[in-house]
Design a protein around this ligand. Structure first.
Ligand code: GTP
Length: 348
């Protein structure tokens, strides 16, 4: 079965954390975010995957190529101009002949795609939209439904006093190919405005699949940090990560006096010096040097980072190549990689 993943347009970065690494490639537990998403689909037999994207994705091509190595057929649909969510699917779905999935490429969930597909078929739906339950729906698209699951209304980012439901559009759809006929070619078009509401007006079968499974929109650094911690704690699942207290990849040198408390994952080539402490959840990328007596807790470090002796890093995200000077204290910060000598530092 086919899935189209919307990995975004030109501006798809996890700002202010990084400018050169595109959002799909930011590491989650040391593997690209989108790799977790792709392998979750494949685990449900959805292994014909199209990445719809609006920028030159060299890093994605270089990493995934055609996906053949992982038993997945991976292809790329490029856009010459911003087409919006529905426009991008129209662009990518030229040859779709069967029921297919669409996923927003910056959300992560444990939604059971197999159950969702059975639900879609049982209802003979033309479109099924996964809904997730959130405490604060004001940043999201709220979806109202009838008891049988039929969608009755879409309310985009409701004001706090206008909230009528806590069920939001989770950015996972199952569509029949005929939905593509409702989307004009080569034009900017959004599902939430241009496609689903007119389908309701025409009385077409649009259903909501409600799920209380794990769901997160990782569009902001704080949510990206949260996702890493949740994967390590086993609060959500990924075929790429087996929950284990401490994982230390090959080629690391850990001084016997260093103290590591899980959950922690440390990638290859790291050097953890004497008396350093790492307290999970903690992710440490490839070739990092953690200096004598330094302490790292509840943080995500990417690759090639030097943490000076006695430095303390808590609740932070440090992008690749950064050098943290001796005895520095970082708390709840993101450090951008592009200017390691003068890092851009922002509160998470
Ligand atoms: P806001 O609603 O503005 O907060 O942004 P959002 O990113 O949460 O939602 P939006 O509906 O804009 O995007 C949903 C997903 O579709 C994200 O993963 C985007 O990267 C992706 N997306 C949005 N526009 C396009 C586009 O023109 N082309 C492609 N390929 N993907 C897109």
């Amino acid at each position: 079965m086919k899935a189209i993943i919307l990995v975004g347009g030109e501006g798809t970065r996890l700002r202010p954390l990084t400018y050169s690494v595109v959002k799909p490639m930011v590491p989650v537990a040391n593997r690209p975010f989108i790799e977790h998403v792709i392998l979750k689909l494949a685990a449900h037999g959805i292994n014909d995957i199209v990445l719809a994207m609006g920028y030159k994705p060299d890093s994605i091509f270089a990493y995934f190529k055609d996906g053949a190595g992982a038993g997945i057929k991976l292809s790329y649909s490029l856009e010459e101009k911003p087409l919006g969510t529905a426009g991008a699917v129209k662009n990518a779905g030229a040859h779709v002949e069967d029921t297919f999935f669409v996923l927003n490429g910056d959300t992560f969930s444990d939604i059971d795609y197999t159950y969702m597909l059975a639900f879609h078929r049982r209802n003979r739906a033309k479109a099924t939209i996964a809904l997730s339950h959130v405490e604060d729906p004001t940043r999201f698209g709220v979806v109202e439904t009838k008891e049988d699951g039929r969608v009755t209304a879409f309310i985009e980012k409701p004001a706090r006093d206008k909230v009528t439901s806590h069920w939001i559009n989770a950015g996972v759809y199952i569509l029949e190919p005929s939905v593509l006929d409702c989307i004009p070619g080569n034009q900017f078009f959004m599902f939430e405005k241009g496609v689903f509401p007119p389908m309701l007006d025409r009385g077409e079968r649009v259903f909501a699949y409600t799920s209380k499974s794990y769901w997160i929109d990782m569009g902001r650094p704080s949510q990206y940090h949260q996702l890493n911690c949740d994967v390590l704690r086993g609060l959500c699942s990924s075929p790429l990560y087996r929950v284990k207290d401490i994982t230390i990849e090959q080629g690391c040198a850990v001084h016997p006096s260093a103290h590591i408390t899980g959950p922690a994952v440390i990638n290859g080539g790291c050097n953890i010096a004497e008396d350093a402490t790492i307290t999970g959840p903690a992710v440490i990328g490839r070739n990092c040097l953690i200096g004598k007596g330094a302490s790292i807790s509840n943080s995500v470090l990417w690759d090639d980072i030097i943490v000076g002796a006695g430095a303390s890093i808590t609740g932070s995200i440090i992008a690749s190549g950064a050098k943290i000077e001796e005895s520095t204290r970082l708390e709840d910060l993101t450090i951008n990689q592009e200017a390691p000598s003068d890092p851009i530092t922002k509160k998470i």
